[in-house]
Design a protein around this ligand. Structure first.
Ligand code: TYD
Length: 226
């Protein structure tokens, strides 16, 4: 086989309940794995390190349509079915956008994906009756993630962290939910691996941010060298 054969990029999703330290973690990941640019913002620093190319994306968002939908989905209370459909719609756009990157061997790190819809909508919003449709729709959302990393934290601690951000931080529709909602969401994340064949890793997010980052970095390095 020719040595020029390009290995397909890995598609890594980082997810978990609000207050788990995802934003801080992404700061560390972007230092460790410099990126081609925030694809949604059109920047391209082209700073590949160790021969690996990375891009970062997020949901909701990641594409011009997704980024336009994001403030709407996160601020406008709506029917839970509409909410799920909007998350699905923006996800399809993200997947279409990612395909050429993965094809040329670029690795993708995504801030959330369908694991969040399973946890926040199907379990959190009690959309059990739509679960089969949800999985059926997901089967039409190729390319699929190759690994999920979940920052796991008890909602009581996550809530303390969210409260410590101060009064001036505006809360989105999910951050305004009660702790009982986040208990359901967390259970959804814990249940997610039983629903998919893809590798799922849980990292204890109550540890220090340095330890969380170093654990996640090890998992990503192992995964991309597969
Ligand atoms: P988040 O990713 O936490 O962004 P920020 O760090 O800027 O607050 O916010 C996105 C919110 O959207 C989060 O509360 C989870 C929610 N969400 C869903 O409910 N379903 C989904 O499918 C996705 C992708 C996100």
């Amino acid at each position: 086989m020719s040595q020029d054969v390009i290995r397909r990029g890995k598609y890594i999703v980082v997810d978990g309940i609000d207050g788990g330290g995802k934003t801080t973690l992404f700061g560390s990941l972007k230092e460790e794995f410099p990126f081609l640019g925030d694809v949604d913002k059109g920047t391209n620093s082209n700073s590949a390190k160790n021969g690996y190319e990375f891009i970062y994306t997020r949901e909701p968002g990641g594409t011009p349509l997704g980024e336009s939908l994001r403030p709407l989905i996160l601020s406008e209370p709506m029917d839970r079915f509409s909410e799920m459909c909007l998350f699905m719609a923006q996800r399809k756009e993200v997947r279409v956008m990612l395909e050429p990157y993965l094809n040329r061997g670029t690795h993708v790190i995504s801030d959330r994906s369908e694991s969040a819809s399973f946890a926040y909508q199907i379990r959190g919003r009690r959309l059990q009756h739509l679960e089969n449709i949800f999985w059926e729709m997901n089967r039409n959302l190729a390319p699929f993630p190759t690994m999920y990393i979940f920052l796991d934290i008890p909602p009581s601690i996550a809530f303390e962290r969210l409260n410590n951000r101060g009064e001036n931080v505006t809360r989105d529709v999910f951050e305004k939910e009660k702790i009982e909602y986040f208990e359901k969401v967390r259970k959804g994340f814990l249940e997610f691996p039983s629903k998919v064949k893809t590798s799922c890793i849980f990292v204890c997010a109550t540890n220090s941010k340095e330890r969380v980052a170093s654990e996640v970095i090890v998992h990503i390095k192992q995964h991309i060298s597969l």
